[in-house]
Design a protein around this ligand. Structure first.
Ligand code: CAA
Length: 291
C-alpha cells in the first residue's frame, strides 16, 4: 500500500526538508511541533527552498504553488492521526525519541510504519517503546534533504520485510535512492564520515594546518563539494557531537571519540552555520558559505 499522507515530527532543518520532498512529489504532509515558532520557521524555509528549486529549474512554478498547500503545520500531536506513516526528526536525544515513539504508537495504531531519522540512536530502543516493533525502522535522510539523493533504510532486529519494502518504495517515491543497513550506530554513512570529520577537527585542534587549508585540501584535492570543517559547520556541531557520542558509546573506538575542541565549541554555543559561528563565522542569513 502506498503512503499518501505523511506525518513528520520535528520542524527543524531535517524535518522541514523531508516534508518538502514529500509535498513536492504530491503527498499530503502533516508537520508536528509542540511550539508555533519552529513551525513558522519551517514554513518559511520550505517556501525559500521551493523558490530556489524553481529558480534552478528543478520544479515547475505551477507545481510550486501547490507544494505549500499540501503541508499542514500543527502543534497538536493528534493531527498526525490520519497519516499513513510517520517520520520522526526531532533532536538527537534518546530519551525524547523514546517518549515520542510511545506516544506515536498510541496516536497512530494503523500507520504502515513509524520511522526515525536518527543518525545514531538504536532503532531497537525506539521500537521497544511501541506495541508493533515490526513496523518500526530508521529512515535516515541527508542534509540538505531536497538535494541529497540518499536515504539509509535501517532495519532493526524486529522490523518486518513488509515494512522494509514499504519504506523503500516510499523513499523511491520521494525520488531518493534507498540503501539498506542494519541497526547499529552510524549505519553506513556516518561510520565512514564521522572518523574523517573528526580527523579534520583534530588536525585543526593541533594547529597542524589552517581551517582554510584543511578544507581546500579536500575540496580541491579530492573533489568534495565542501571541506570537512565547513561540512561540520553545515551539519551542526551539536548534532555531530551527539553522533560521535553514540558511536563511541557503541564501539569504544578512539576514532569516534569527540575531540576536546568539539565539546568546548558545543558547550559555548558555537554550533556552526545555524548559530552564526563554528569553525567559521557566518552572516545571519547564512547559506553555508563561510563569511
Ligand atoms: N531543491 C532542489 N534542488 C536544489 C535546491 C532545492 N532547494 N537547491 C539546490 N538544488 C540543486 C541545484 O539545482 C544543483 O543541482 P545540479 O547539480 O543538478 O545543478 C545542486 O542542488 C547544488 O545546488 P547549488 O549549486 O545551489 O549549491 P552548491 O553547489 O553550493 O551545493 C550543497 C550546496 C548541495 C550543500 C553542496 O555543498 C554539498 O553537496 N555539500 C555536502 C553536503 C553533505 O555532505 N551532506 C551530507 C551531510 S551528512 C548528513 O546529513 C547525515 C548526518 O547524519 C550527519
Amino acid at each position: 500500500m502506498s503512503i499518501s499522507v505523511v506525518g513528520v515530527v520535528g520542524a527543524g532543518f531535517m524535518g522541514s526538508g523531508i516534508a518538502e520532498c514529500a509535498a513536492v512529489v504530491g503527498k499530503h504532509v502533516v508537520v508536528y511541533e509542540p511550539d508555533e515558532r519552529p513551525l513558522q520557521r519551517s514554513r518559511e524555509s520550505l517556501e525559500a527552498s521551493v523558490a530556489k528549486a524553481v529558480s534552478r529549474g528543478k520544479l515547475a512554478s505551477a507545481d510550486a504553488e501547490q507544494v505549500a498547500d499540501r503541508v499542514l503545520y500543527t502543534t497538536r500531536l493528534g493531527d498526525l492521526g490520519g497519516a499513513d506513516a510517520v517520520i520522526e526528526a526531532v533532536t538527537e536525544d534518546a530519551r525524547v525519541k523514546r517518549e515520542l515513539f510511545a506516544r506515536l504508537d498510541e496516536e497512530l495504531p494503523d500507520a504502515q510504519f513509524l520511522a526515525s531519522n536518527t543518525s545514531s540512536i538504536p532503532i531497537a530502543e525506539l521500537a521497544a517503546r511501541t506495541s508493533r516493533r515490526d513496523r518500526v525502522l530508521g529512515l535516515h535522510f541527508f542534509s540538505p534533504v531536497p538535494v541529497m539523493k540518499l536515504v539509509e533504510v535501517v532495519t532493526a532486529i524486529d522490523t518486518s520485510e513488509a515494512t522494509v519494502s514499504t519504506a523503500e518504495a516510499f523513499a523511491r517515491d520521494l525520488g531518493k535512492h534507498p540503501i539498506l543497513t542494519r541497526d547499529r550506530s552510524g549505519f553506513i554513512v556516518n561510520m565512514l564520515l564521522v572518523p574523517y570529520l573528526m580527523a579534520a577537527v583534530r588536525m585543526y585542534e593541533e594547529g597542524f594546518a589552517t581551517r582554510e587549508d584543511i578544507d581546500e585540501g579536500m575540496r580541491l584535492g579530492c573533489g568534495h563539494p565542501m571541506g570537512p570543517l565547513t561540512l561540520c559547520d553545515f551539519i551542526g556541531l551539536d548534532v555531530l557531537y551527539a553522533v560521535c557520542d553514540s558511536l563511541y558509546e557503541e564501539f569504544k573506538r578512539p576514532e569516534y571519540a569527540p575531540p576536546p575542541l568539539l565539546k568546548r565549541m558545543v558547550v559555548s554555543g558555537h554550533h556552526g552555520r545555524k548559530s552564526g559561528r563554528g569553525f567559521y563565522e557566518y552572516a545571519p542569513a547564512a547559506t553555508g558559505a563561510p563569511a
